[in-house]
Design a protein around this ligand. Sequence first.
Ligand code: SAM
Length: 268
Amino acid sequence: HFSKSLGQNFLVDYNIIEKIIRGAGITKDTNVIEVGPGAGSLTQGLSEAAKKVVAVEIDKKLIPILEDTLQGYENIKVINEDILKLDLHQLLKDEFDGGDIKVIGNLPYYITTPIIMKFLEEKVPVESIIIMIQKEVADRMNAKPGNKDYGALSVAVQYYCTTEIITIVPPTVFIPQPKVDSSVIKLNVLKEPKVKVEREDIFFKVVKDAFGKRRKTLLNALSSGDLQFNKDMVREVLKESNVDEKRRGETLSLDEFASIANGFVRRI
Ligand code: SAM
């Protein structure tokens, strides 16, 4: 009765549940949005530690199970919805009255990035996002320039957040067991993005182009990607940003990406 397509691996280890709750820094002043409570094992711990928990679960079949496990827990509200379809600003207004808001979830990898990016891009005022995901994806979010895991996802997440890996979790703490290790990663959402960019759309296009052609130099990647800037202009902008045109996207810091993107914005 597990749904593979919904990525349902349920946590069954109380030590890990405690570690997540401690690592997330949840207190009686914290409001929690839990994404994908499943059968509710993490939800119970969250309820005991937090002020209020709003748990959003897409799978209708799990709702009666959740109601059963969560009987007697007064500060929980279960919503049967796809989190991607919810108006999150409205949800915050309707459900919480003051205190920090943290988002927590043990998520299937295919939906993790869209869910995180929804909170970040829509600038939903949450203090942090703590998620358990495939270790490999957490490593990409956490990677620094020059690291083999550093890519467009690292830049997107680190534009909005500082990141910290809380713990690595073996497959044995889940039923059914996934094939790979998972990590719990904490994204501390910044009040303002990490770097100042004139236009976010251009910034993210530059990042996409720079990583799109991994083996190409920046000069080639930025003049042949979606942006289609001519070589002379790319050369000029890179020079102005003090970035050697032979470097590759994998080595660029957020500041360098921002400086390059702002250079293009001034010329278009
Ligand atoms: N949190 C539980 C645990 O740790 O035992 C369940 C984790 S399971 C990996 C992921 C859960 O997310 C499933 O219950 C699944 O139905 C739910 N889910 C998947 N996509 C979702 C979405 N778009 N919105 C809300 N819940 C979703």
